[in-house]
Design a protein around this ligand. Structure first.
Ligand code: NAD
Length: 479
């Protein structure tokens, strides 16, 4: 493969050309603290040029058939897979995810390219029965147009692929504005898209240290027809408001506050392993990570002891080592939030079963808190760190009510062996994703997204493709 142009800085990928902007910003390794790259810093000029290129490329790209676009997407997926190890190491370096987990992210990302390439071949139209004998009513699907994709740092590859692979398969073009903490993976993906034969302007990547003005310029541009955003609820609402002025299509994947309900009939050892798997992925920095654990009183002591044991055994360390299970928090603000949540819980009567200390740098011990109550800060805000607060409940109705008592609605989890309860509880939970005895429900073929303050729309599968299509009606009167 061709190496990324990195001199004097990692270039932006603009209109099919690797572009220096005359301004740069630094990317730091959260594990070691050192500067790992200097990257071209994009601003208003690059935003405007990208919008023009995205529109010009869209006019060509939408005219090609899904069979014509699919081999490019398939090659993209194959190249991503071919470079799994290198890309995973890049993720571990730029945002601190343990490399073993990062390899999983890369495989998942590659799968999306292949899945959407195939899914786009099955976008059917309809011939609607007409009340008029001389008319034929045709309904077809068209790509919405150029898309602005704004993505977070916690899955530097996956968050881009969920959006870009779907949009490109549908016939849209995409301008990616990656997170300032993790622009390098985004540029690598663009380079592989170019190598796969992606035409100039179809996929562009504009790193920036100052996202608001660049995003504003693209949101004001009427030729950009869709905003797709993954990140915090606060920023999502701000961007949604802005996108309304030009009536853009909008998809939002926002914050969560996932409850894990462990019922008295659970296999305690397995439930503890599952809660830990959901809670401590990416050091607690995924949007569907468990944020609150509710355990039925009868098994609570045994469950807490087991969860503490499993958690204490997690290996914290250098994300570049294969054996590492917990890396650093992404930045100082992330670490401060974790410390604030633990301090608040302890001040209000919770106690530490394991962990509870910062380990130097941006590392924090995987932590289990007992005696947590619903009024604590950790129960209202998304922690986005390796802390599992455990609460107790008495019956099913109480567990459901407390699980739903949040503005968020992304993911919720249940552990039970009672088939009736599986349906009663999963139907009553006001969440977009439910994991029943499954701590890792997210997969390329299934819809992903939330209710309430967790977002609008769904990604992945046919639902994720539909998000980049609009409906067109053609009435033909027979001459
Ligand atoms: P964030 O909202 O601060 O940043 C996300 C992206 O928005 C970044 O690219 C950032 O540069 C950009 N951004 C920030 N302010 C902006 C502005 N004013 N204008 C335009 N762009 C702006 O979120 P974060 O802290 O980086 O990511 C963590 C959040 O993302 C968590 O809340 C997490 O739950 C959420 N998340 C959600 C999902 C999901 O699918 N629902 C997936 C991953 C992460």
């Amino acid at each position: 493969m061709n190496a990324l142009p990195t001199s004097p800085a990692y270039s932006a990928f603009l209109a099919g050309a690797w572009t220096q902007t005359g301004r740069t910003f630094e990317v730091h390794s959260p594990a070691m603290g050192e500067t790992i790259a200097i990257v071209a810093d994009c601003g208003l000029d690059e935003a405007r040029r990208a919008a023009v290129a995205a529109h010009a490329a869209f006019l060509q790209w939408r005219a090609r058939t899904p069979w014509d676009r699919a081999p490019i997407l398939q090659r993209w997926g194959a190249l991503i897979l071919q470079h799994e190890v290198r890309l995973a190491h890049g993720i571990a370096r730029e945002m601190g995810k343990p490399v073993t987990e990062a390899k999983g992210e890369i495989r998942y990302s590659a799968a999306l390219a292949g899945d959407f390439a195939e899914e786009a071949k099955r976008v059917f139209g309809e011939l609607v029965p007409s009340q008029f004998a001389d008319k034929r009513l045709l309904v077809t699907k068209r790509p919405v147009g150029p898309v602005l994709a704004i993505t977070p740092w916690n899955f530097p590859a996956l968050m881009i692929m969920r959006k870009a692979a779907a949009a490109l398969a549908a016939g849209c073009t995409v301008i990616v504005k990656p997170a300032e903490q993790s622009p390098l993976t985004a540029l690598e993906l663009a380079q592989l898209w170019e190598e796969a034969g992606g035409p100039p302007g179809t996929l562009q990547v504009l790193p920036t240290s100052d996202p608001a003005p660049l995003a504003a310029a693209l949101l004001d541009d009427v030729t950009v027809r869709k905003l797709t955003f993954t990140g915090s609820t606060e920023v999502g609402i701000l961007l949604n408001r802005h996108a309304a002025a030009t009536l853009k299509h909008v998809s939002l994947e926002l914050g969560g506050h996932a409850p894990y309900l462990v019922f008295g009939d659970a296999d305690v050892a397995q439930a503890a392993r599952d809660v830990a798997a959901s809670k401590f992925r990416n050091a607690g920095q995924t949007c569907i990570c468990t944020n609150r654990v509710y355990v039925q009183r009868g098994i609570a002591d045994a469950f807490e002891a087991e969860l503490a044991r499993v958690t204490a055994a997690l290996r914290v360390g250098d994300p570049l080592q294969d054996v590492t299970q917990i890396g650093p928090l992404v930045d100082a603000a992330g670490l401060r939030k974790v410390e604030a949540h633990v301090a608040d819980a302890l001040a209000h009567g919770a106690h530490v079963l394991t962990g509870g200390r910062a380990l130097g740098g941006l590392f924090y011990e995987p932590t289990v808190l007992s005696g947590v109550t619903d009024d604590m800060l950790i129960m209202r805000e998304e922690t986005f760190g390796p802390v599992a607060p455990v609460l107790r409940f008495d019956d099913e109705a109480e567990a459901i009510a407390r699980a739903n008592d949040t503005p968020f609605g992304l993911a919720a989890y249940v552990w039970t062996r009672d088939v009736g309860r599986v349906f009663r509880v999963s139907e009553a939970l006001e969440y977009g994703i439910i994991g029943v005895n499954d701590p890792i429900p997210s997969t390329a073929q299934a819809p992903f997204g939330g209710t309430k303050a967790s977002g609008l729309g769904r990604e992945q599968g046919k639902w994720g493709l539909e998000a980049y299509l609009e409906t067109k009606f053609t009435s033909v009167r027979l001459a």
